[in-house]
Design a binder for this molecule. Structure first.
Ligand code: ZN
Length: 355
């Protein structure tokens, strides 16, 4: 899948905000290529638009909140994970309150809404942020890093002293089906003592066993039990997919997180962005086309040009194959692949392998 995608139609749904306890309505609408995901606080006059980018994150306590001026939208991470997981690059999100509804505590209801709206492919290429050098952030015993990898992977190691949770370790090798089938339904969770304390402080007013797994002294309080034996770490990975989607481009790299949460996830994304400033992206295929023109004008299709083209194509081919290029492109002969790159494919390579 290398072309940017949006929703086929608009779709509207409502739910309770976890922290405000109020009913909030969301409409997801199709957006033009290059838009990204943009939230619109349509209850404000005039409406305030906030791009879902790491630079707009204003709070990472309990959930991820983006804001502009006085306006903000919190608990965006499960919806963002669903959009990313369903392959949606561009969407408008109209919301009539300060908080994305918690629904059942997972991303599954958002996935269902997106499936209902349908997915529409554009003719504009996606950009991928390919991690070429490790980037990491630590805070006490918490750590989050991303290292070069052929695929987008998230490995999460969570450790709690609570006997009902203990340690859970899991790795997601990202694909649309792995996310929607194995992670989207994992619910948010909390400890009974913390939930009671939050409510006493006016938080989690909408929280209930309908939208969170609550853990008491002797285990899970929800009568239906867990959806997955390791639902907690699956949910932490779901949160991470949402938080890392704020990098602005799809990542190709392996995230390794130990006891991370929204705060450290955000810091890692900001660290990646800071590294990008030190090593500006090389955007292709413009460079390839310039190189082709330059070499062709100078020496024709001499050995040097062939070698250079071969090298560059090899790198791009790897990237495309590992990011699930569509069957038609897989089946295309080399010439077809080259044509596609020249015409459409833009890749952000970070830092450039050519320096
Ligand atoms: Zn969550």
């Amino acid at each position: 899948m290398i072309f940017q995608q949006t929703l086929g139609n608009k779709v509207t749904f409502s739910g309770i905000g976890l922290h405000t306890g109020k009913t909030i309505t969301i409409t997801l609408r199709p957006a033009e290529p290059g838009t990204g995901v943009v939230f619109h606080r349509v209850d404000l006059t005039p409406a305030v638009s906030i791009e879902a980018h790491a630079e707009n994150v204003v709070n990472t306590r309990l959930s991820t909140t983006i804001g502009r001026g006085e306006a903000s939208v919190s608990t965006i991470e499960h919806l963002m994970a669903a959009l990313y997981g369903c392959g949606i690059d561009n969407a408008h999100v109209d919301i009539n309150g300060p908080e994305v509804p918690i629904m059942d505590g997972s991303a599954a209801p958002f996935v269902s809404a997106i499936v209902k709206a349908g997915v529409k492919e554009s003719r504009k290429a996606r950009k991928y942020l390919v991690i070429k050098k490790p980037v990491s952030v630590t805070e006490g015993d918490k750590k989050a890093s991303i290292i070069p990898s052929r695929h987008y992977k998230i490995s999460f190691d969570m450790q709690f002293a609570h006997p009902a949770v203990k340690s859970q370790v899991r790795s997601l090798e990202f694909s649309q089906t792995s996310f929607t089938d194995e992670y989207a339904a994992a619910r948010t969770f909390g400890f009974l003592a913390e939930v009671e304390m939050m409510k006493s402080h006016g938080l989690a007013l909408g929280g209930s066993l309908e939208n969170a797994v609550v853990i008491g002294d002797n285990g899970v309080l929800n009568p239906e039990g867990l959806r997955f034996q390791d639902e907690f770490v699956r949910h932490k990975i779901l949160d991470s997919v949402g938080d890392f989607s704020l990098a602005g481009h799809r990542l190709i790299g392996h995230v390794k997180a130990t006891k991370s949460g929204h705060d450290l996830n955000h810091k890692l994304v900001m660290e990646i962005q800071a590294s990008r400033l030190l090593h500006p992206d090389r955007v292709h295929p413009a460079g390839l086309q310039r190189s082709l023109q330059h070499r062709a004008a100078g020496a024709g299709l001499a050995g040097g040009l062939k070698r250079q083209v071969k090298t560059k194509i090899k790198i791009k081919t790897e990237v495309v194959v590992k990011t699930e290029v569509e069957q038609k492109l897989r089946a295309a002969p080399f010439g077809g692949l080259l044509f596609s790159f020249q015409r459409d494919l833009e890749l952000l390579e970070f830092p450039s392998p050519f320096v």
